[in-house]
Design a protein around this ligand. Structure first.
Ligand code: PGA
Length: 256
């Protein structure tokens, strides 16, 4: 084992388009009731490491979460942000609005945005800038489709997605977090093996040329596979979809 990384771990829950006032209240109560005692001394040590924890909720519920999470040590994030700062953009939500109601983080370029809303990598880079301008930290998602991986193109596809973000320069890279989420692993129960994920994370880190950059893994992360993923030297945490809707699963991932 090498020298432990100084990059702070991060676990982000992505609730996607799920929830209601009532179910959110129950889920948040359970999360804030906090962990059962970590079961092993290794887990106990891990739990004491500084680790950013945040929840990314649908826009309309952000004020509810901002209230519930105040002073909890769990931060608040949104799932998307407009490229525009303000004006005649019906239906859009600006970074300043998100900051105004207590968000500090925002997911940009999630594969579901790229796929269902035709977001190009250039748009994603513009959203990174919009988020940073508003004082938010963007979590920038990249990842290949199954066909790309089968064709041996996974690394090329991910580099193409990263190119416009890399072009923003090293000052920007110091202020963002990346999430590698192979599309074939999202919501499918198929997780990249720790070795597959580590290989891609190392390639991304080399391509971006930053040892400090935090790179999360996402795609069917569960309590049962989190520890082996987090043991990899270039995996700095997780972006968690389905399992973040279950308080005990989410807390066990954080503990890992
Ligand atoms: P999943 O989603 O954990 O449900 O696979 C991850 C994500 O889309 O961020």
């Amino acid at each position: 084992m090498g020298v432990p990384s100084l990059r702070k771990r991060l676990v982000a829950g992505n609730w996607k388009m799920n929830g209601s006032l009532e179910s959110n209240r129950r889920l948040l109560n359970e999360i804030l009731a906090r962990p059962e005692e970590p079961s092993s001394s290794a887990q106990r040590d891990a739990a004491q490491q500084p680790c950013d924890v945040l929840v990314c909720a649908p826009f309309v519920y952000l004020p509810q979460l901002a209230d519930a999470l105040r002073d909890s040590g769990i931060a608040l994030g949104a799932q998307d942000v407009s490229v525009h700062a303000k004006g005649a953009y019906t239906g859009e939500i600006s970074g300043a609005m998100l900051a105004d109601i207590g968000c500090r983080w925002v997911i940009v370029g999630h594969s579901e945005r790229r796929q269902y809303h035709q977001e190009s990598s250039a748009v994603v880079a513009a959203k990174v800038v919009a988020a940073l301008d508003a004082g938010l930290t963007p979590i920038v998602c990249v990842g290949e489709q199954l066909a790309d991986r089968q064709a041996g193109q996974a690394a090329c596809v991910v580099q193409d997605q990263l190119e416009p973000v890399k072009a923003l320069g090293s000052d920007v890279l110091a202020r963002i977090v990346l999430a590698y989420e192979p599309v074939w692993a999202i919501g499918t129960g198929l997780t990249a093996t720790p070795e597959q994920a580590q290989e891609m994370h190392a390639q991304i880190r080399a391509f971006m040329g930053s040892g400090e950059l935090r790179i999360l893994y996402g795609g069917s992360v569960k309590a049962d596979n989190a520890a082996e993923l987090f043991a990899m030297p270039d995996i700095d945490g997780a972006l968690v979809g389905g399992a973040s809707l279950d308080a005990q699963e989410f807390l066990r991932i954080v503990a890992a």
